[in-house]
Design a binder for this molecule. Structure first.
Ligand SMILES: Cc1cc2nc3c(=O)[nH]c(=O)nc-3n(C[C@H](O)[C@H](O)[C@H](O)COP(=O)(O)OP(=O)(O)OC[C@H]3O[C@@H](n4cnc5c(N)ncnc54)[C@H](O)[C@@H]3O)c2cc1C
Length: 411
């Protein structure tokens, strides 16, 4: 393994892949390590696959900053890489007067946050757009920029682009120790032996606090939050035109009825606190019934279809609502933690923040010059379980890709 590394990135979730992409594009020689056999197999393998606009992120938060930066970069990048996405928009709906008051608050808050593509709808406007919604609505919001994409192909393409250049990836490699060396570099103890670099970026998601602790840096704790989904076939795609969002609460965006980039309709995610960090968490039949009730109340006709299946995911939540991104100059360590429920939506912004921290707080210079062009990715699905991307074959780890491609001819 290379001994002249600029940066080691711990963790191959969406945040680590985006960080690898940003740093290698800026000339940093990087190695990404992941303890699992496949990258993208923890928090990033159980999300909803939506690029959110930040309507529920707090004003002046790091999360909002990263989402907005990502929004600017992500669409040209998806086009350049040739990856699937659909800007189908979202309709946020209120069923009670109390929810309508909150909905008005979301509208005002979004305008204040600079999310100006958000529009108020009367109940009849909503029904004109979404004719299969249950009766009884009192109002809605239209957020046209909410987008669905393949949440696995996108970070995978970022990783593949990086390793086609100066990036390297080692999977099945667990990091369990850290030393700061006298020559101002870092040494990681790993299951593949010691590895040194000028700096380390910790993107280890559900284990972020434990990995920070091994470097003597700890500013947050992970409190995993589970989410469960029910997946329907593409024969239900006509039932909704956009993602149907409930009015969000302090803690969660709530259960969404959305259509994936492949046309499956999905209902979820729920939000339950859990102590286990094991991924994926079990499917809970009580929650399955709760999702069914939500489906019946929101899009009654959808509840008449038999679901294809269910899946779960685990959010790396902390005691804080905001992302926890912090540089430890005395250890050449950057911690990127608590990327709870918008990691996909904010990843390119997060990666850009990491790059600035590396330059300004850690004074780490890249060994190479920047990459000037991002070429179209050559990719095609192989059978029902994998994708070939340039010279590499990767097995699916995300249910949205699995359901979307396995049933492509059947439905
Ligand atoms: C139910 C649910 C719905 C969501 N919906 C959305 C959505 O629609 N849109 C959106 O933007 N976001 C969504 N999210 C959030 C998003 O999925 C997360 O923010 C994101 O996946 C976090 O990525 P990560 O890279 O920080 O963590 P992970 O994906 O968990 O990656 C961390 C990696 O670090 C590795 N690792 C950990 N410890 C070590 C170690 N010691 N040595 C080596 N490797 C290590 C792990 O193996 C793992 O691969 C959702 C999340 C969930 C659970």
């Amino acid at each position: 393994m290379a001994d002249d590394l600029d940066v080691i990135i711990i963790g191959g979730g969406v945040v680590g892949c985006a960080t690898l992409f940003e740093l290698t594009n800026n000339g940093y020689k990087c190695l990404l390590l992941d303890k699992n056999k496949d990258v993208l197999s923890e928090a990033s393998s159980g999300n909803s696959g939506m690029l959110h606009t930040g309507f529920d992120a707090e004003l002046h938060s790091i999360e909002l900053y990263c989402i907005k930066m990502c929004q600017k970069k992500v669409f040209p990048l998806l086009k350049n890489l040739g990856l699937p996405y659909k800007q189908i928009g979202a309709t946020m709906v209120a069923w009670t007067q109390q929810q309508k008051v909150k909905l008005d608050g979301v509208y005002k808050g979004s305008i204040e946050k600079g999310i100006d593509e958000i529009f108020q709808l009367s109940a009849s406007d909503v029904y004109q757009r979404e004719g299969h919604l249950n009766s009884g609505l009192v109002g809605g919001l239209w957020i046209p920029k909410e987008t669905v994409l393949d949440p696995w192909l996108f970070p995978l393409a970022l990783l593949q682009h990086s390793i086609d250049g100066i990036g390297m990836v080692k999977t099945g490699c667990e990091v369990f120790g850290f030393s700061h060396l006298n020559n101002n570099s870092c040494e990681l103890q790993t299951s593949h032996g010691p590895i040194t670099a000028k700096a380390v970026v910790n993107c280890s998601g559900l284990h972020g606090d434990l990995v920070d602790k091994m470097a003597g840096c700890q500013s947050y704790s992970i409190y995993p939050r589970k989410g469960q989904f029910t997946v329907y076939g593409k024969n239900t795609a006509h039932l909704i035109n956009s993602s149907i969002l409930p009015v969000p609460t302090e803690k969660t965006k709530g259960v969404i009825v959305f259509k994936t980039v492949y046309g499956n309709v999905i209902v979820g995610p729920t939000a339950e606190e859990t102590e286990s960090r094991s991924v994926p968490p079990d499917i809970d039949s009580v929650i399955t019934r709760r999702l069914f009730t939500h489906t019946k109340k929101t899009v009654p006709e959808l509840s008449q279809y038999l679901p294809l299946g269910h899946y779960t995911g685990l959010r790396p939540a902390t005691q804080y609502k905001d992302y926890q991104i912090k540089a430890y100059r005395d250890r050449n360590w950057i911690s990127v933690g608590g990327i709870r429920s918008t990691g996909l939506s904010g990843c390119l912004g997060i990666a850009s923040m990491v790059k600035s921290e590396l330059c300004t707080s850690l004074n780490t210079e890249p060994s190479y010059g920047p990459v000037t062009s991002i070429d179209q990715m050559e990719w095609s699905f192989k059978g029902n379980n994998s994708v070939q991307m340039n010279q590499n074959v990767y097995d699916f780890t995300h249910p949205i890709t699995k359901y979307g491609t396995q049933y492509r001819s059947a439905l």
